[in-house]
Design a protein around this ligand. Structure first.
Ligand code: ARG
Length: 405
């Protein structure tokens, strides 16, 4: 088959898995579960071991959480939490049968040294419904996770959250209807989503791979991607072909015993994303000097003009983050010519994104106009992002700059 994508790069991952030692179908909380149908725990364990071996063979690290007797769905660790930048948001399950899995996960994360570890207030089924896709989190509601949990995730995980609504009960979790292949590529089954969500997905991911119904019911979207290898159920043959054509390497696994619980490979895998390294320098240079943020006639530039002139001075690396409202927490920017004018404005913008900003300029460095307050002199301390209300704060920040200029 022709390969149209460039060579894809795999990123080494760390995953949390739970051996299905107590796996059973004793209740039905999704349409795939039928307690009258027998489940063979030995077969489930063998299939799960194969999945684990595949992940290890691909070079990933696998951590294990001990299964708890009486929690037959605990093998589906994806539902236990969402971990982004080392921050843990532990689940709160919709059904009482699974409720105690949350505490088991919380204990595991605390013992493993993760900080902070928050437990969700509203119903939140972890990575079952929250998928990190590059700078943003795609989050689902409709069957399990509540909308309020999306707002909480945005605040606690400090990433923009895109809300999607699921409408087909067979695809009750986001990870049964959509898979993230790499930072800007996804595959999904459009009919699983409400029309507005489909529209949104189309706008955000015009090059997405769309799954057929046959592949979706084979749980083909319940896939684990490292950016190059995509581990997915062997029965999803159409998707495997599409992935191959796009330069990915499909890695088929067979897990029909676990499908009796309504889960596939992705449901058994929770990604543990480490804290981002701090002080990763962002190269940034200022271009045209505008004396004080006003135009030649001394008028204040409109917000859009200001944004454009700020962007024109940024390197390619920084611009998409600025445009996409991406957070820059943990990064460090050296802004040259930043004691006044455009440089000062750029520094303020970066600080607003949570960036650590270092100044240098011809004059005595002035303060970054942020949060309407003057911050310390000289080398600028870490400036915290505005996870709660970035928009309002940005507006306030811009206004204050106008006054000071
Ligand atoms: N029986 C489990 C439930 O209904 C299956 C969970 C599957 N997990 C997932 N990430 N989709 O909750």
């Amino acid at each position: 088959m022709k390969t149209s994508g460039s060579a894809r790069a795999a990123k080494r991952r760390r995953y949390l898995l739970c051996p299905p030692r107590h796996f059973a179908v004793e209740y039905a909380i999704n349409p795939w579960m039928d307690p009258a149908r027998p489940v063979d725990p030995a077969t489930a364990l063998r299939q799960w071991n194969e999945l684990r071996a595949v992940l290890l063979d691909l070079g990933h690290r696998v951590e294990l959480i001990s299964p708890v007797r009486g929690l037959p769905d605990m093998v589906f660790t994806a539902n236990g939490a969402t971990v982004v930048d080392g921050r843990v948001l532990v689940a709160r399950f919709r059904h009482h049968q699974r409720a105690a899995e949350a505490e088991a996960h919380r204990r595991w994360f605390v013992a493993a040294g993760y900080r902070p570890v928050h437990t969700a207030g509203p119903v939140n089924e972890g990575e079952g419904d929250f998928l990190l896709a590059g700078p943003r989190i795609l989050a689902a509601t409709g069957f399990r996770t509540s909308r309020a949990a999306h707002r909480e995730a945005r605040r606690l995980l400090d990433r923009p959250v895109v809300t999607l609504t699921l409408v087909d009960p067979r695809f009750y979790h986001l990870d049964t209807a959509l898979a993230v292949l790499d930072d800007d590529r996804i595959m999904y089954y459009p009919p699983a989503f409400a029309p507005a969500s489909r529209h949104l997905l189309h706008l955000l991911y015009p090059r997405a791979i769309l799954a057929s119904e046959a592949d979706a019911v084979a749980f083909g979207l319940n896939a684990v991607s490292d950016g190059r290898h995509v581990v997915l159920p062997a029965a999803a043959r159409g998707l495997a072909g599409r992935l191959h054509a796009e330069g990915y390497v499909p890695v088929p696994v067979r897990m029909p015993e676990l499908l009796k619980g309504g889960g596939g490979p992705k449901c058994c895998v929770l990604e543990l994303r480490p804290a981002r390294p701090s002080a990763v320098p962002v190269r940034l240079t200022t271009g045209t000097r505008i004396r004080d943020g006003t135009d030649r006639a001394g008028l204040r530039p409109r917000q859009s003009d200001r944004r454009r002139s700020v962007e024109s001075s940024m390197t390619e690396e920084v611009r998409p983050m600025h445009r996409g409202n991406g957070t820059m927490t943990g990064r460090t920017a050296l802004v040259t010519g930043s004691s006044r004018g455009l440089g000062l404005l750029i520094a303020g913008e970066l600080a607003d994104r949570g960036c650590r900003v270092m100044w240098c300029g011809r004059e005595e460095p002035r303060d970054v106009p942020t949060q309407g307050r003057r911050r310390g002199q000289g080398a600028v301390p870490a400036l915290s992002p505005s996870p709660r209300r970035p928009c309002r704060r940005r507006r306030r920040h811009a206004g204050r700059f106008e006054q000071e200029a």
